[in-house]
Ligand binder design. Sequence first.
Ligand SMILES: O=C(O)CCC(=O)C(=O)O
Ligand SMILES: [Fe+2]
Length: 289
Amino acid sequence: MSTLQASTLDQVVDTHRYPLSDPGSPEARAVVARAGRELAGTGCTVLPDFVRPSLHQVLRQECAALAPRAYFDVETVNVYNTDVDADLPGHHPGRRTFERGNAFVARDRLPGDALISRLYAHEPFRRFVADCFGLPRLYELADPLSGLVLNVVRPGMEHPWHFDTNEYTVSMLTQEAQEGGSFEYCPNIRSADDERFDDVRDVLDGRGARQPERLPLRPGDLQLFKGRYSLHRVSPVRGALARHSAIFAYSERPGVIGSVARTRQLFGRVLPEHLAAEGRAVRGDQLLD
Ligand SMILES: O=C(O)CCC(=O)C(=O)O
Ligand SMILES: [Fe+2]
């Protein structure tokens, strides 16, 4: 590792508590083991104050200054991000629709020297995340827009119930809402071979035995999450402040690029890389998206 990389890491991350550059140390092993246990149990783990508290204000200000670069467009969606006009049976949860009012700042609008950009591209950080998920390695997305994004949920908006396309989601709150804006989730409500449509519908309708969990998150905490199997949302934001979170997307495979249709929905534009990759996508399961 270069000196620059080492100093960057030590300046930004609490490396005493999270010794990323020393993966063989007992401290690092203990952190990874705890994260692995929690991920295996509930699909979710939080590493508090991953970014040093002395930098929380910088983290917040940097992202707040970038938030106006988001692509704002309220979209009618279902939990699977499939066609809401499709002819589904009456009881199918894909018939329930929501207004997705969150907006993303694309990676090409986030400066490379911002804290979140430095973390995303940092090799020891990526390796640490892979270790926590119990994976041999992870890759940055090849997608020039969606690998790293800032998720902006303005007052009155929500990021409604959904499943992630990505199996492994890494995120960090950078600015809290004054009220609302809670991360809520239903651990492992579906699996790779069972959609459990009835359970999903009950959550959307606010009934049934499953009460969603609410995850207390603070700016600078690192959240690792398996969002492909756990239905989740950010509840409506209230008060004067928008909620901001950085989403670090990694994949087990190199070369992952989003589809043209989905990229246009999320960012209002596509780049030549998306057009070139169209039709070459590889899927790991047959679940609805
Ligand atoms: O902003 C968050 O905390 C969650 C974001 C999320 O679920 C997503 O981008 O898929
Ligand atoms: Fe998500």
